[in-house]
Design a protein around this ligand. Structure first.
Ligand code: ZN
Ligand code: FE
Length: 260
């Protein structure tokens, strides 16, 4: 039996911790203190740290956590990490990793950063797990800091091909603002309205809206729906120059960048 905990950090980050009652792994620990507190509270030993990309809010706590726990650090081979992270076990696309009795596959999902990776455990009891960093958010996706729209679209297509019941563990609580944008893109989408009501109630109680599921994301996430006829029609009005799927995806991302 595994327990999945989103540890809140900074303004809106989640540092995902997975444990079996004795051993734990943590994904993208931007800060060590809340992870150490969680380990102490549940009397866990930290076995591994998984990194999705190089940004400080995902890597800032690695050195302190490694020093305190001796955990091994795993990261995508294509990503250039800050020196403070120290040595890592580099994972290429498709490489597998055995942790906590589960097998994780590393997926290369460039776009937000050039070497961004994600981790997928297909056989996890309770449903497959996906740790996707800043690539896929609930009802949104990461900004394109280093990659191209074509890369991000291909990366999201890969993630969207995972099973319906995959639990999507995103690194930020951006769901409500993403849903407001999703509603502007698809005013007639009842799933988006339902999810807005549900997530607003959760946030009012201070609870996370995550994990989501891939089935749900396929219904509400405009960045997974850029080929839907209604979205294509809206984007054609928004940016008449965008006449192929990559240009439409780029126009959608640009629209979101300026959306308030
Ligand atoms: Zn980031
Ligand atoms: Fe981030």
């Amino acid at each position: 039996m595994h327990h999945l905990l989103p540890i809140p950090a900074f303004q809106d980050n989640y540092l995902w911790l997975l444990h079996d009652g004795r051993q734990a792994l943590v994904v993208d620990p931007g800060d060590a203190a809340p992870v150490l507190a969680c380990l102490a509270q549940h009397q866990l030993r930290l076995q591994a740290i998984l990194l999705t990309h190089h940004h400080a809010d995902h890597t800032g706590g690695v050195a302190e956590l490694r020093a305190a726990t001796g955990a091994t650090v795993h990261a995508p081979a294509a990503e250039t990490l800050p020196a403070s992270v120290g040595p890592v076990q580099a994972l290429a696309d498709g490489d597998r990793l055995a942790l906590l009795g589960l097998e994780f596959e590393c997926l290369a999902v460039p776009g937000h950063t050039a070497g961004h990776g994600a981790y997928h455990a297909a056989q996890a009891p309770g449903g497959p797990l996906l740790f996707c960093g800043d690539t896929l958010f609930s009802a949104g996706c990461g900004r394109l800091f280093e990659g191209t729209p074509a890369q991000m679209l291909a990366s999201l297509d890969r993630l969207a091909a995972l099973p319906d019941d995959t639990r999507v563990c995103c690194a930020h609580e951006y769901t409500l603002s993403n849903l407001r944008f999703a509603r502007a893109v698809e005013p007639g989408n009842a799933d988006i309205e339902r999810q807005l009501a549900r997530c607003s109630a959760l946030r009012e109680r201070g609870l996370p809206t995550l994990p989501s599921t891939l089935a749900q994301e396929r219904r509400i996430n405009p960045f997974l729906r850029s080929r839907e006829p209604s979205v294509v029609a809206t984007l054609a009005q928004h940016d008449p120059q965008a006449t192929d799927e990559v240009a439409r995806f780029a126009a959608l991302r640009e629209w979101k960048n300026g959306f308030r």
